[in-house]
Design a protein around this ligand. Structure first.
Ligand SMILES: Nc1ncnc2c1ncn2[C@@H]1O[C@H](COP(=O)(O)OP(=O)(O)OP(=O)(O)O)[C@@H](O)[C@H]1O
Ligand SMILES: [Mg+2]
Length: 251
């Protein structure tokens, strides 16, 4: 096993509230790793530590063998970790290409003047979407005209533009119907096929067993269990999560 990311004994307190009290997470390179747990288990907090949104009270984060300390999301991005939040962070009125290159536009020079290189950005945008097997062809379409699944593809392409090796997806199917959910699961499989490591936060146990390789179950701010997704079905996983919180505290 070649871990690309290891979190050891991560703790996080907000004043008197302890959100994490010693969580561990070991993510193998190239896998889809689901993080599950009941409401309040600490999933979002753990992800905030790994994505540089919050700093741990104690504990260690190791990326590709190197201990890291992220002060900002930009630090995490520089280490190859991109997070796609539930709201996707896209600008609806802007085009697909503009969204993918938002904040990292390509320029060219014409008559000595810097200009946006729309042609190359569209070409590269098509390349990122192609890696995801997306059928989107017109990079000038505004994102507001796209379906939920297609918007996910644009958000993921934006992460690929940043050369992310680890993409964290927070509840990517929460707002989607059956068909779009299937599309998003296919996007996740395409990412894995292209060598990207995916960390998936999801409440949908059926999605998790369909796409994940490994599942970490959090309960009460701790890692309660780690299992291979093939070991359980959706109801079985839901049952494990329900009872994870009831297990006696480790000595
Ligand atoms: N900024 C904060 N200030 C105070 N308490 C917080 C803060 N963030 C999280 N908590 C608390 O920490 C605990 C873990 O929260 P967290 O959001 O990580 O859980 P979660 O597993 O993501 O839950 P959910 O499934 O509801 O999203 C909860 O009890 C929560 O109320
Ligand atoms: Mg949460």
């Amino acid at each position: 096993m070649d871990p690309i990311l290891t979190v050891r004994a991560a703790a996080k307190s907000y004043g008197a509230v302890t959100a994490l009290r010693g969580a561990d997470l070991t993510v193998a390179r190239g896998e889809v790793h689901a993080v599950c747990g009941d409401n309040g288990a600490g999933k979002s907090t753990l992800i905030k530590l790994v994505s540089g949104v919050e700093t741990p009270t104690s504990g260690e984060i190791v990326v590709k063998g190197r201990p890291v300390r992220f002060a900002t999301p930009h630090d995490a991005l520089a280490a190859g970790i991109a997070t796609i939040h539930q709201d996707l962070g896209l600008a609806p009125r802007m085009t697909i290409a503009e969204n993918i290159f938002m904040g990292s536009e390509l320029t060219t020079r014409r008559l000595g003047l810097p200009l946006l290189d729309h042609r190359r950005m569209k070409e590269m945008a098509r390349g990122y979407l192609g890696r995801l097997n997306s059928r989107l062809a017109d990079m000038d379409q505004p994102v507001e005209r796209l379906s939920g699944g297609q918007r996910q593809a644009v958000a993921i392409s934006r992460a690929l533009r940043w050369d992310a090796e680890i993409i964290i997806m927070d509840e990517p199917t929460a707002a989607l119907g059956v068909r779009e959910t299937a599309q998003v699961l296919d996007l996740i499989r395409s990412l894995r096929a292209s060598g990207v490591t995916v960390i998936l936060i999801s409440h949908d146990m059926n999605d998790v067993v369909r796409v994940a390789d490994t599942v970490t179950i959090l309960a009460g701010g701790r890692t309660a269990r780690v299992l291979r997704a093939g070991e359980v079905d959706g109801p079985g996983l839901a049952n494990l999560i329900m009872h994870a919180g009831a297990e006696p505290e480790p000595a």
